[in-house]
Design a protein around this ligand. Structure first.
Ligand SMILES: Cc1cc2nc3c(=O)[nH]c(=O)nc-3n(C[C@H](O)[C@H](O)[C@H](O)COP(=O)(O)OP(=O)(O)OC[C@H]3O[C@@H](n4cnc5c(N)ncnc54)[C@H](O)[C@@H]3O)c2cc1C
Length: 426
């Protein structure tokens, strides 16, 4: 093991949370030193920054942890792919770019459960502070933050028709899902900056990289939080097969995402004591809730074949052409391309709270898809029905019970992953 370096703050994971923490801690506390550890590499792939490239990274182990669930009885016994970013920017470097906050009620419920400071009125100033809203500042939005939020630049005729039909049926049009309410139909906004992805890394980390008090180490996989008693004092990590450690004088901040954070805590002896004991890990704190109660926004996709060969539909052919080198050259030359335009046109929004009466849905394998994606062989319109809020998640469980009994990831050469895999078995 190499000698331990010492910092005021050690942040684990350079995703959405980690990049913001690294930026704010190294700025607002100028004299504090900050270490940011990221298991993945740098965000150098152009496909990270080109919006439509996200389809490329959905199953790319170079930037993705590629977890999957246990076979799910409610979904034809399939394992459900759980992509998670493993690169600077974390999942914000591979995600769908949709800019959508939780509903006001979600935050208020968290506050009412005893989490002071998490009500919507409490978090709104931080949303405003982080946002660079294309439409300008108002009660709900900020225009001076680092995270760019943009409108759809070219509405699509299919989306326009869909939205018009919704209004005709008596549903309200909602031009801003991050404003007063999320109810209604309308276009989404996107975390895009001039047609390119505005990830946590480009928005929050890049401006901070030159600060002398911030050090970022990529390909550094934290394997254990070090404790003195119950006080976290540092982190042990692996880089190029070499074990190293870093000491935190003030705090260790775990920002590894919803799967890896509880996993790292469990590997460090913070979690259900029985689990730690089963794997010979010393118990630091017996906290049965660590790693439990994961709720995800399970979605079902309904694919309609288009009667006309419209451009920019969800067909595989469109993606294949958009990813071709011929499309790449105008992008490099002029800074604009079908990738960015298609991404922005293709997307439209379901109503977040539809009052639908449904019978128990019967699962049927989907229309022909390519490479594990949901793109079709034919020009298609795709509707996604998803449950996004905690209450909706409970409803989705009652329809199709999802239990993430074990998470699996591709084996790597490094030992921590093997420990990680066995720890999830339970
Ligand atoms: C495919 C996909 C599409 C999505 N689409 C959208 C969308 O359209 N809109 C939206 O709002 N949200 C979307 N999300 C969700 C959103 O990206 C996440 O909610 C958000 O990024 C979570 O932030 P986080 O900081 O908790 O974790 P992440 O952003 O996942 O970051 C965690 C980071 O920690 C690193 N890490 C983990 N463990 C360790 C370790 N032991 N040592 C060192 N580093 C570690 C990871 O490599 C990663 O970089 C999507 C997510 C995915 C995967």
């Amino acid at each position: 093991m190499t000698a331990s370096d010492s910092y005021d703050f050690v942040v684990i994971g350079a995703g959405a949370a980690g990049c913001v923490l690294a930026n704010r801690l190294s700025a607002s506390q100028g004299r504090s030193s900050v270490l940011l550890l990221e298991a993945g590499g740098k965000d150098v792939s152009p496909w990270i920054h080109i919006p439509l490239g996200y389809g490329k990274h959905f199953t790319n182990p170079a930037v993705n942890w590629l977890y999957s669930s246990e076979p799910q009885a409610g979904a034809g016994n399939r394992r459900i792919l759980q992509p998670r970013g493993k690169v600077l920017g974390g999942s914000t470097s591979i995600n769908g770019l949709l800019y959508i906050r939780g509903q006001h009620e979600d935050y208020d419920r968290w506050r009412d459960l005893g989490n002071a400071g998490w009500g919507y009125a409490d978090v709104l100033p931080y949303f405003r502070k982080s946002e660079n809203q294309q439409r300008g500042a108002d009660e709900y939005h900020g225009a001076e933050g680092p995270l760019w939020v943009s409108d759809v630049s070219e509405p699509h005729p299919l989306c326009d028709a869909y939205l018009a039909a919704a209004v005709e049926c008596g549903y309200r049009h909602n031009p801003d899902f991050n404003g007063a309410t999320q109810e209604g139909f309308g276009y989404n906004q996107w975390t895009l900056r001039k047609g390119l992805r505005s990830s946590a890394a480009t928005a929050f980390l890049r401006p901070a990289r030159r600060r002398a008090n911030l050090r970022v180490i990529t390909r550094a996989h934290a394997t254990r939080i070090l404790f003195r008693g119950t006080r976290a004092t540092g982190v042990e990590y692996l880089r190029d097969g070499i074990r190293a450690s870093a000491t935190a004088r003030a705090e260790v901040l775990v920002a590894g995402g919803s799967f890896n954070s509880p996993q790292l805590l469990q590997l460090s002896g913070v979690g259900p004591a029985s689990l730690s004991q089963r794997f010979g890990i010393g118990v630091v704190a017996d906290l049965p809730g660590v790693g439990m109660n994961l709720q995800d926004h399970y979605t079902g996709r309904i694919v309609y074949e288009c009667s006309e060969p419209l451009r920019s539909t969800m067909s595989w052919e469109v993606f294949r052409r958009a990813w071709s080198p011929r499309c790449a050259s105008p992008f490099c030359a002029r800074g604009s391309s079908p990738w960015a335009r298609r991404m922005r046109r293709d997307s439209f929004v379901p109503t977040p709270r539809p009052r639908l009466r449904t019978s128990r849905p019967a699962y049927r394998p989907s229309a022909p898809t390519k490479r594990g994606t949901s793109y079709t062989d034919f020009p298609a319109l795709r509707c996604r029905c998803g449950c996004c809020g905690p209450r909706a998640a409970a409803a989705s469980r009652s329809i199709a019970p999802i239990r993430w009994r074990r998470l699996r990831s591709r084996p790597t050469t490094s030992r921590p992953k093997r420990i990680a895999r066995s720890c999830w078995r339970g």
